[in-house]
Design a protein around this ligand. Structure first.
Ligand code: RFL
Ligand code: PHB
Length: 395
């Protein structure tokens, strides 16, 4: 099999890259370890920045998102028995977020690719990116019981944090930056109308809770839990009791409960691999960097990486000009690090840390008070949350 770009991973990064490349007349083959059904039903992110919405819309895959996505002009923070709205329309006029499930983005991208006659090979195994140090990289893998090889000009490693691409880069080439947090998130999808029009990020002595949503009839929640927590310890009644205890902190507000459709626990981690490329292998999305979900940045960063990579590959195919490809990592990392800082900062602001002493807790309270009462501090939160335009390294 021969193609121009071999794309490993059919998450948002790999699928969007394949779609953007096709719009530029560049061929690719996407290979994915899981089944189509699995990737289309994996519940994950929900918040799209304006820039991500614009990218999907401009690429012709935003029609359902524009119809079904929920546009939000603010979020609520709840601390100390009070709610405080971060009003995007006032602090960052003209910018908003769209709440639309990641698996819906994935479904839309898969549908667009298959409709255009593009190829996605699902349920591949033993994937090995090879020869990317030279001009003729290839990817070998097993599909339908047969060993196969894709020969390509370039390999895009879009295989997520636990993928194989990053680890095939020779030792010593990459530098890793890593931080683990002393908690995880228990995520819950519930068949109940949201109790709030906007997202609520709430924190009290019991810990952090987030009320999000997927549609007018589906709610999404997260609870801070121990990093090694066993989901078996969280029967549905306990989840609703704990959500109520952490969210019903504002007088007169109550949480509606309903059937739990899905629940799972995710560890919280920050990670960056630098540079995001080696030879003709380019890492994009979670394969290169992850953030704790508190700032809702992971999917948005993945979308940004692949727009940069598309432009660089298009320039190379148009004229053989390689400077954008050489500068790919640098062009992405400035935004990556802004999102790293923002996600760490939101996480630190909103969670309970067992290691905190009385002094640390007073500092955290002071910062929460500042964010809720200073326009300068809440504008900083708002502009990072909605996403910083086309924030990238100067050429
Ligand atoms: P993905 O989505 O992990 O896709 C990688 C794909 O590669 C496949 N794969 C392989 N395929 C072939 N060969 C191999 N050897 C392979 N190994 C793996 C995998 O099966 C998979 O299909 O990475 P990608 O495309 O970079 O996308 C990144 C996003 O998924 C991620 O950053 C976000 O989900 C993070 N995130 C959020 N991001 C936001 O922007 N806004 C949010 O509101 C938000 N909330 C969240 C989140 C992530 C969460 N979890 C579960 C980690 C909330 C949560 C709870
Ligand atoms: C979600 O709806 O899944 C979601 C929203 C906001 C976050 C993280 C996840 O910060």
């Amino acid at each position: 099999m021969r193609t121009q770009v071999a794309i490993i991973g059919a998450g948002p990064a790999g699928l969007l890259l394949a779609h953007l490349l096709r719009l530029r007349g560049i061929e690719s083959v996407v290979i994915e370890a899981r089944s189509r059904d699995y990737v289309e039903h994996r519940v994950r992110a929900g918040v799209l920045e304006q820039g991500t919405v614009d990218t999907l819309t401009d690429a012709g895959v935003g029609e359902r998102m524009l119809r079904e996505g929920l546009v939000h002009h603010g979020i609520e923070l709840r601390f100390g028995g009070q709610g405080h709205r971060i009003a995007f329309e006032k602090l960052v006029p003209g910018r908003a977020i769209t709440v639309y499930g990641q698996q819906e983005v994935v479904k839309d991208l898969i549908a667009a690719r298959l409709e255009a006659g593009g190829e996605i090979l699902f349920e591949v195994a033993d994937v090995v990116p090879e020869e990317f140090g030279g001009p003729s990289p290839q990817v070998s893998f097993t599909h339908e019981g047969e060993r196969k090889v894709i020969q390509a000009d370039f390999i895009a490693g879009c295989d997520g944090f636990h993928g194989v691409c990053r680890d095939t880069i020779p030792a010593g080439v990459l530098t890793f930056f890593d931080k683990e947090y002393p908690f995880g998130w228990l995520g819950v999808l519930a068949d109940v109308a949201p109790s709030s029009e906007e997202l609520i990020y709430s924190s009290n002595a019991r810990g952090f809770a987030l009320h999000s949503m997927r549609s007018p009839t589906l709610s999404r929640f997260y609870l801070q839990v121990a990093p090694d927590e066993d989901i078996a310890n969280w029967p549905d009644d306990r989840i609703w009791d704990e959500l109520a205890a952490r969210l019903e902190t504002v007088p007169g507000w109550s949480l509606a409960a309903g059937p739990v459709l899905e629940k799972g626990i995710t560890a919280m981690r920050s990670f960056v691999a630098e540079p995001m490329q080696h030879g003709r292998l380019y890492l994009a999305g979670d394969a290169a960097h992850i953030v704790p979900p508190t700032g809702a940045k992971g999917l948005n960063l993945a979308a940004f990486d692949v727009t940069v990579l598309t432009e660089a590959l298009a320039a190379w195919y148009a004229s053989g000009e390689g400077s954008l490809l050489d500068g790919y990592s640098q062009a992405c990392l400035r935004r990556v690090w802004r999102a790293q800082h923002f996600s760490w900062w939101m996480t630190t602001l909103l969670h309970s840390f067992g290691s905190y002493d009385a002094y640390d807790r007073r500092l955290q309270e002071s910062y929460r008070d500042y964010v809720c009462t200073s326009d300068a501090a809440s504008t900083s939160l708002a502009e990072n949350y909605v996403g910083l335009g086309r924030y990238r390294s100067p050429a």
